[in-house]
Design a protein around this ligand. Sequence first.
Ligand SMILES: *Cc1c(COP(=O)(O)O)cnc(C)c1O
Length: 391
Amino acid sequence: MEKRQVYLDYGATTPVKKEVLDAMIPYFTEHFGNPSSLYTQGQEAKHAIDIAREQVAALIGAEPREIFFTGTGSEADNWAIIETALANQKKGKHIITSTIEHHAILHTGDYLETLGFEVTYIGVDSDGFIKLDELEAAIRPDTTIISIMYANNEIGTIEPIEKIAAIAKKHGIAFHTDAVQALGNLHIDVKKLGVDLLSMSAHKIYGPKGVGALYIRKGYQLPTHIHGGGQENRKRAGTENLAGIVGFGKAAELARENLVEHIEQERHLRDYFIEQVLQQIDDVQVNGSLESRLPGNVNITFKYIEGEALLLFLDMKGIAISTGSACSSASLTPSHVLTAIGVPVEQIHGSIRVSIGDFTTKEDLDYTIEALKESVAKLRNISSVSSSSGW
Ligand SMILES: *Cc1c(COP(=O)(O)O)cnc(C)c1O
């Protein structure tokens, strides 16, 4: 097979779509005004941000005034949790999250622990679903916020957010969800979900890197996150990333328009890929739920090999995938998510994430399956030689 470039790491980031880039460019050059300036150029920039706010709001069923732009999805996560925790210290210093969150949540929890807060991590079942009974039992009079991700970045499991939000509400506790992976991949309706806070990021939905947003439910009191000027309704100071926000808006609009076909196409490709891999390669296991799963996510264990070695073999063939999560791929600590769903440690080391996106073709997947067959066979050969020689 002729070598090609195949990008299968849409869960880590996505390319900026041409329509998005085209929408952004004028805001670097002719429409460069500061949105806080009162003359026409400034007001035009402000107007462009208003439009983007409407576009992002429409994607999740929110009102534009409930959308606050941030620098990243990580920043939105930090803001939601830290400021809620600090503002409610009189009530208590206990927060609840899960064992499978993104590091933007887990490390924020670690930080709050250094400030004297207590964090409870709820476990998941073998498909990655939050244990709702464990969650309910963990709630205490001093619990101030529950944060559970909408969809997992490694194994794609979609959590029952509506049910979790209802539990939080019943106990009068704020509820935040990290929806960075869910955005543009599921129908999201914040009103129906009943969430107080929801994090988003542009670069996972074909928008630019370095721009995110936090949905703050109307009436929810979340303190200011960055102090300074009056931007973002005085909650997040600093001159706006104008072109980035315009790009996020355009990406959100495209995501909303194409949502149904996008989901269908990804699901179709994902199921084809899983089916072919299971058929053509032995000793393979799919991790995570097969039903309630992000349309483009595949997480597979190839027994008896190292995922990092497989990643490098595939890279030589022009294929980009990841092992566990992008952040932990530089280290050899086994994925906390695969650990949480009970995958044995030696199998975690043989696991990869393949994430499909809008530019993935069936030919890309066929090429990848061929490369996988060859690479897995080679690696298994090496490992059987090394184990029989006693290494
Ligand atoms: C990518 C990601 C983030 C971080 O978003 P950034 O904009 O890259 O900071 C947070 N949570 C999840 C689930 C993600 O996949």
